[in-house]
Design a protein around this ligand. Structure first.
Ligand SMILES: C[S@@+](CC[C@H](N)C(=O)[O-])C[C@H]1O[C@@H](n2cnc3c(N)ncnc32)[C@H](O)[C@@H]1O
Length: 178
């Protein structure tokens, strides 16, 4: 769907298409008719004046790599292939949500594209993986999730465990949002 989403929806906004980011999680189920899927993709669009906070998301150089004087002492600039493991059931942050993303993935986007005190909109909250780093990084958030079970049994207990305070608006009848 992601290529369709780009061409048929996102390209129609007044935004600039900056990158297709590849999330390389490296593991996936073997298949016979197709190559093993070990990646997911994220479209990064922004408005014309947006600049990413490059220094906030620098990556450490490979310790075994050659010493090179041109290396930036603050770390390597971030490319468009992001290496994070998928959430495994035994991980501390695992919630049981079927498509839960790692907090580190959201953390990178939040650090790169927002500043302390900014407001972040999370339209599909799922298990709350974007909410948690927002709060930890002192950003405000508005999050929505249509599945009441996820809200009651995953997001709210997760925010409580993380001691994140919020105001909850119960949209009567239709979607339930946090
Ligand atoms: C891919 S999951 C998001 C997972 C999230 N990134 C995480 O790591 O926890 C998408 C979520 O969007 C929710 N959803 C689908 N349609 C929605 C809508 N119209 N409004 C709010 N949430 C919706 C689904 O119930 C699902 O939990």
């Amino acid at each position: 769907m992601i290529d369709k989403l780009s061409v048929e929806v996102l390209d129609k906004f007044d935004w600039i298409k900056r990158n297709l980011i590849v999330w390389n999680y490296r593991t996936g189920r073997p298949a016979k008719a197709a190559y093993r899927n070990e990646t997911e993709f994220l479209w990064f669009y922004s408005n014309p004046l947006h600049e990413i906070n490059i220094d906030a998301i620098r990556i450490s150089y490979d310790e075994n790599g050659k010493k090179d004087k041109r290396r930036n002492p603050k770390g390597k600039s971030c490319g468009n292939v992001w290496e994070f493991s998928r959430i495994k059931p035994n991980y501390r942050e695992a919630t049981g949500h079927p498509t839960q993303k790692p907090e580190k993935l959201a953390e990178r986007m939040i650090l790169a594209s927002s500043n302390i005190g900014d407001l972040i909109v999370i339209p599909f909250a799922g298990s709350g993986s974007e909410i948690v780093p927002c709060a930890k990084l002192d950003r405000y958030f508005i999050a929505a999730e249509t599945n009441e079970t996820y809200v009651k049994h995953i997001i709210l207990p997760r925010l409580e465990r993380e001691r994140i305070s919020f105001t909850q608006h119960d949209c009567t009848e239709q979607p339930y949002s946090v």
